[in-house]
Design a protein around this ligand. Structure first.
Ligand SMILES: O=C(O)c1ccccc1N[C@@H]1O[C@H](COP(=O)(O)O)[C@@H](O)[C@H]1O
Length: 214
């Protein structure tokens, strides 16, 4: 059974619905250099994550221009964990981990397994996503789940499967890739930036099942 992260909250009621549905982690997206309806400013991100109860991982998804800015954002927003997209070096990652004392997940593109191997043992987990050229996620596009499963078998750190997941395809994705966790943003929205609570509940349920619940 895969753990579940639901990402890209802009609204407290949507976040609480995901927690109620049983999500293991929730994410807010702040300071990303792409146009996305899921981005919130740091103050709003802090407010949203302040509502996350114990035993649910409050995650900041970000891609600012420097490692120092990541550290500032962690101090402002107060997440439990960080998910970094974009072009980071292993040394920058070591600096961020040491300064923030947070678990750090690095997002890599599914087409770039060499980069995953570069961060194996440096990051706390890898998010294997179908990213844009900039490294940003939220594309709503799937990739080769079997190849990601094979990559996960070669790595020592946990692999989070992301990219184009929905309540309808997540059970099959888990069956094929057998990831540590799955991550969804656009696939459980009713309109851009707002979640469909029913789809979120079905996503969480289906991530833990081999058969789809409709
Ligand atoms: O969702 C975004 O707009 C986004 C922007 C910049 C960096 C990361 C972003 N989202 C992350 O990408 C994955 C996959 O998204 P999707 O399910 O394919 O829409 C998502 O889990 C977010 O963590």
């Amino acid at each position: 059974m895969a753990r579940v992260k639901v990402c890209g909250f802009t609204d407290g009621a949507d976040l609480r619905a995901a927690v109620e549905a049983g999500a293991d982690a929730v994410g807010v997206i702040s300071e990303v250099p792409v146009d996305t309806s899921r981005e919130v400013d740091p103050a709003h991100a802090a407010d949203l994550l302040a509502d996350v109860p114990p035993f649910v991982t409050a995650t900041l998804v970000t891609m600012p221009s420097s490692a120092e800015r990541v550290v500032e954002l962690v101090r402002t927003i107060g997440p439990d964990a960080l998910q970094l997209h974009g072009e980071w070096t292993p040394d920058e990652l070591r600096f961020i981990r040491a300064e923030t004392e947070r678990k750090v997940l690095v997002a890599i593109d599914a087409e770039d397994p060499a980069r995953a191997e570069e961060f194996d043992g440096v990051a706390d987990a890898l998010v294997v996503d179908s990213t844009r050229e900039s490294g940003a996620g939220g594309t709503g596009e799937t990739h080769d789940w079997a190849a990601t499963g094979e990559l996960a078998d070669r790595l020592t750190v946990p692999v989070v499967l992301a990219g184009g997941l929905t309540a309808e395809n997540v059970a099959e994705a888990v069956r094929v890739a057998d990831p540590y966790a799955v991550d969804v943003a656009s696939g459980v929205e009713r309109v851009e930036g707002r979640k469909d609570h029913n789809a979120v509940a079905r996503f969480v349920a289906n991530a833990g099942r081999e058969m789809e619940v409709v």
